[in-house]
Design a protein around this ligand. Sequence first.
Ligand code: PEP
Length: 257
Amino acid sequence: MSPLWIGTSWKMTKTLAEGRVWAEGLRDHLASEHGGQAPSGVQPFVIPSFTATTAVRGVLGEDSPVLLGVQNAHWEDEGAWTGEVSVPQARDAGAQVVEIGHSERREHFGETVKTTRLKVAAALRHGLTPLLCIGESAEVKDAGGSSAFILEQAAGALEGLSAEELARVVIAYEPIWAIGEKGRPATVEELVEPFAALGEQYSGRVMGLLYGGSVNLDNAAELLGIEHVAGLFVGRTAWKLEGYLELLRIAEAHAAS
Ligand code: PEP
């Protein structure tokens, strides 16, 4: 079985000092509890803000079992794109994963299906793992359109990829109504159908299908039990290191069961 991906994006939180403390705690935990390896059956990942990328890489070390990501990257390799960061620059800073298409970027920063496609291609071109986020609004869900909507988002972003390229993509399903402070945790029943739809289309073809949205220490185990869920992408619960370490423990136990 492939490892369960358990990771967090810090969004726009943490100073450098706070980020270092979190990363040092994770590094030291893995060293003392797991001989410096990832917990068995688990692929940890962390996605700090851009400013903390090199610092977190420095703390974790080059050979860390924890994958490091960035929350966005431009599709061009370089040029006159003020304020943007390219995939080669992200890689240069130590990143291995590029988060693409988070709903906050779609809502506030003009991310479209077309730009997600360009960014997925750029990440693959430079050997980084695209972590494509998809998810529908409450309105789409209430109208019964969740599965069709997320399949369309995914298909648009992944259009034209070869089987080998697709196999290097991770998809995170993050319903907008379930994420962040205003979100409400999804029930298992609400997630079965979207994951069945994603599984039918992508199971065995992508590197993994993750769930994200108000994941907490009480619901993580049951979310991992949903068919086709191969990991969790977590915000608030993982921003405190203790929360993240507990999620790693839950995932390790699930992988062993
Ligand atoms: C998110 O915003 O993508 C997210 C998963 O956050 P949270 O876990 O805090 O809902």
